[in-house]
Design a protein around this ligand. Sequence first.
Ligand code: BGC
Length: 753
Amino acid sequence: MKKCILLLSIFFVLANCKSESKLNVESKSDIDKKVDSLLGVMTLEEKIGQMNQYNGFWDVTGPVPSEGDAAKKYDHLRKGLVGSMLNVRGVANVRKVQKVAVEESRLGIPLIIGFDVIHGYETQSPIPLAESASWDLEAIKKSAQMAAKEAAAAGINWTFAPMVDISRDARWGRVMEGAGEDVYLGSKIAVARVEGFQGEDLSNEETLVACAKHFAAYGFAESGKDYNTADVGVSTLYNTILPPFKAAKDAGVRTFMNSFNELNGIPATGDKFLQREILKGEWNFDGFVVSDWGSIMEMMDHGFAKDKKHAAELAANAGSDMDMESYAYVNELANLVKEGKVSEAVINDAARRILKVKFELGLFKDPYKYCNETREKEVIGSKEMHDAALDMAKKSIVLLKNENNILPLEKEGKKIALIGALAADKNSPLGSWRLAAKDNSAISVLEGMQKYSGNQLTFSEGAKVVFGNTNFINEVEVNSKDTSKFQEAIQNAKKADVVVMVLGEVGFQSGEARSRANLGLPGVQQELLEEIYKVNKNIVLVLNNGRPLTITWADEHIPTIVEAWQLGSQAGNAIAEVLYGDYNPSGKLPMTFPRAVGQVPIYYNPKNTGRPGPKKEVFWSHYQDESNAPLYPFGHGLSYTTFKYENISVDTSLKENIKVSVTVTNTGKVKGKEVVQLYLRDVIGSVTRPIKELKGFELIELEPSASKEITFNLTKNELGFFNNKGEFIVEPGEFKVFVGGSSVTSLETIFNY
Ligand code: BGC
């Protein structure tokens, strides 16, 4: 009889779940009710199952645990012990695992399917650092929208993006995946990406649940070495590290991922302060937190957990709701609950958060809504995707230097020598984090330039760059010493009017676990550059890279330098359009380029110190053997036209809305875009403030000779900062305001608040 009543209540609960309507604000309380009734019929093991995430069967994005065989995973799916899978992609594969979860498990709760849609699914847009160089929030949002649409057509409904970790250290390979060094720009981009991925309605099958990662301080790994310790003070934590996460939360991001690193002695995965106090407490985040790959069990290596059971206890109590590939929750949590070490309330809370997001996606109504073969065929790799990728790629290019106006290139009657193995490489432009892209599918620079057939084009590899076995998992060989192709390149350069050299990093040379201690051009590429320079000085250096590089020699000698990052599937077309002037570049650096590795971490907004310089005597904060100045500052980027800044004025008559105005004029001969940047300095603070901080920017486009007055509005949000108790305060006093086309600004004035 009892069993009969239970079965009947399960039937009613599930029937009710299936009639879930589209998510909108009004239906939130409905969802809560449905989640509650579902929780009411779930066993402890089934609730813990929701907290368990398994990797799929082929793509691997971390070390593989020994427990991870396919038979066991299927068995657990059937028993309702899996809430999510990652790296299962393609409609047929997703349908296969979803079918087991929905049709063979007792309650038929659908899986949420996660994947690293970092800069595209199959069609790759530029790496996130490159996109950030566009400072074009609409374009970045659109790019995330396109990525969501393409990935969702492949059965995915959850992306592990955006990565909103601020980093000031180009040695850290994952700078390619973020928005760079600045908290203001990073926060705006975090919002654009969350809005792009999630859209306005999660139950729309062209959107994905987004995930703000890695919470927190992963970008502050000591010495730029991935997974390393982060030890930062409260001021940096509150003012630099946390705000982009808060911005993502305020934009409605539904999931967070914690991080591999420890922060001030506590592994982030087991950090109650971060997850319970800040995220779920102070910020009132009601989505769920997934661990990073294996980061629960890694707390044993950190010397924080004595065994896996202890790790599960620490992570669950600290607020990590879902276990990615540690097999810790599924094996240990039930016993921990029975022993009273983890309360049932913790399990209920985690399961509730996860189920809620599944309802919001509409998965209970139709678990196969992301499994539409026709849509998969139509959307993936479509013209719409490639057009968007090309548009984003052009906007991401930064013109670092253009002496003698070598660029744009003339379209007729010139001899052009294209040199560098990367120029013909169709894989590297795809960058890192591109698991679903087809190998060698990008348009190379060579292909892009061949479309401009009015010139005579020769190609030579010059320096060998090792591509062999450069996949996501294996170590990349970066130090080829092979100079056997130099001579051919030198001969071609001798005969050319202009030499275009494409040098930099192969696609997997940045990204996770790709830290570098040296930031120069890898292998013999620097040697090649110097050899070519001896025979032809008319060089355009096109950089392909996932991080700032110390190209100090190049800056001193090479007249023209273009930062073209790893621009994705349409890279070669975008680069050729910029080189030939069909697109006027407007990108600005989202990260400072150092002159030497010894300057790292280097960023535009340090504190002034008690001994700023320069001074005649030696006792000031500087290096003996290198300038303090960067090679290229944050915010730097040129155009084929020029801009004049004048008439800075401040209106403080409305105290809470301070208006700063400037006039910007296009003083060149062609139409161009400019990112007008505003920086502030709070001169005296109860906690010292940086020498300047970005607090506003506007992307404008001007015809030749046209002027525009730009007005920025400064409110408490821009004037204030977090004190060392984590409280946001605004202090009256003197502020300096700077405006210009980079962080090295041309206009400056003062106002009192
Ligand atoms: C990375 C995460 C990623 C996860 C799943 C980890 O190694 O740190 O950023 O989302 O793998 O692929």
